[in-house]
Design a protein around this ligand. Structure first.
Ligand SMILES: [Zn+2]
Length: 136
């Protein structure tokens, strides 16, 4: 089976940007937590409790809990991965793929399966396409 992966560049750029923002926030959290938790014997639980209790000062009067930052980072990462995932359209060209022909304009196009009714992508008529040949 042949696979064609078509990528939407805009979606990928957005996804990568979201991932970078998420990773950047996580880095800030780790950077802040590192001096306090690096000496601990149980690094992960120390990091967890540090993130749950500590806060970071963004400006002189505003502080943000590290918990929120971590959640934000996770959301950015997940959104980024989802955006990258959706920007990849995978087409499977298998034996099911057929070539359909419009009875009016005689243009043909490829579809996943034969259809009783379809809109012709060329003349925009609602037609009964004729399956001309099976692609392998
Ligand atoms: Zn047509």
């Amino acid at each position: 089976m042949r696979q064609i992966i078509r990528r939407k560049p805009s979606g990928q750029v957005l996804g990568v940007l979201l991932c970078l923002v998420g990773l950047g926030i996580l880095l800030v959290v780790f950077w802040k937590a590192w001096p306090s938790v690096s000496a601990s014997s149980n690094f992960l639980s120390a990091l967890g409790s540090y993130i749950l209790t500590e806060q970071i000062s963004i400006t002189s009067f505003a502080t943000l809990k590290l918990t929120y930052l971590t959640i934000m980072a996770t959301i950015f990462l997940v959104l980024g991965i989802v955006a990258i995932g959706f920007s990849r359209q995978i087409f499977y060209l298998s034996g099911e793929s057929v070539s359909l022909q419009c009875p009016y304009c005689k243009n043909s196009w490829r579809a996943r399966r034969a259809m009783a009714w379809a809109e012709c992508p060329y003349c925009r008529k609602f037609i009964q396409p004729q399956a001309t040949k099976k692609e392998i």
